[in-house]
Design a protein. Structure first.
Length: 291
């Protein structure tokens, strides 16, 4: 409310300096160096590095992030998964991560680590095949399924390049420690709430390059799509595909990323489990919000 001129005049004649009036106003509280945010999303299919994690079915995802003004951060993110995607007896992915990021003008850097945890998983129930290295059948994993990685990323404006290096066996596949993944991604603001996004990634699965579809886990994945921001709710439509073998999931050529809908299974053609090529191209719908 504006102060009437007559009140100001009366205050002045009473001998109250204007500076004293200004000093009487309460001081603004200092801004906290701590930031805590949450996020939630619903997607028509969960794709991790281009590979289907939910057998083509929807996923509910969410997490929480903490950041400090110094650049240090930590967080947790979660999603439902299908056990046939390499998580026997499991149906939940929990990611725990932390690191440091900083920026200088249009440039930025991010270094940290992430641990992928799948509670309740038991590789022993996967028919003894999913966790055996085809180049050395004596190397078998029989425990829980997990993965640990260190990463470093650089960014310019809205374009980033990230390198991730597995410090454990890659999602418990025997003898794959040292596998790595390159991720080049970008977003573009078109105005009025509309945006574009693009991504291309390259996985090198160490010690599983035998030159056949049944044992070669290396591939390139890519994603292109658009988004619309409606009062903080971000709607998206993307097309995701990979260079991994197509037309697989048959007895003659099962393919490395041919996953069943359940574990254990009696194999392709048995009628016990349904199979899908988890590396196939697909459109994915999503809606997400950060709060």
């Amino acid at each position: 409310m504006r102060t009437p001129l007559i009140v100001i005049a009366l205050a002045a004649t009473a001998g109250t300096p204007a500076l004293a009036l200004a000093q009487a106003a309460p001081a603004a509280a200092p801004q906290s160096p701590h930031t805590l945010t949450g996020n939630i999303a619903l997607v028509s299919s969960y794709r991790f590095r281009g590979i289907d994690q939910t057998f083509g079915k929807p996923a509910l995802q969410g997490g929480v992030d903490y950041s400090h003004a110094s650049g240090f951060y930590a967080g947790n993110w979660n999603s439902n998964v299908n056990e046939g995607a390499g998580f026997p007896e499991g149906n939940l992915e929990m990611d725990f991560y932390g690191g440091w990021k900083g920026s200088w003008g249009d440039w930025g850097v991010d270094v940290g680590g992430i641990y992928y945890y799948y509670p309740g998983t038991n590789a022993r129930t996967a028919n003894g095949t999913a966790f055996v290295n085809p180049r050395d059948p004596t190397k078998i994993h029989t425990g829980k399924v997990d993965n640990g990685e260190l990463y470093v990323a650089g960014s310019w404006k809205t374009i980033s390049l990230k390198y991730s290096h597995a410090v454990t066996d890659y999602f418990s596949l025997p003898d794959t420690k040292g596998s790595n993944y390159w991720d080049l991604s970008g977003t573009w603001d078109l105005g009025s709430g509309w945006g574009l996004l693009g991504h291309i990634g390259k996985l090198r699965l160490k010690n599983w390059q035998a030159g056949t579809d049944a044992s070669d886990g290396d591939y390139i994945d890519y994603k292109i799509g658009g988004t619309y921001d409606l009062k903080g709710w971000v709607f998206g439509l993307s097309y995701i595909d990979t260079s991994s073998s197509k037309g697989s999931c048959n007895i003659a050529n099962p393919g490395f990323y041919c996953f069943p809908d359940q574990v254990p299974n009696a194999g392709i053609g048995s009628g016990t489990a349904e199979f899908k090529n988890a590396a196939r191209g697909i459109f994915v719908l999503s809606v997400a919000k950060t709060f």
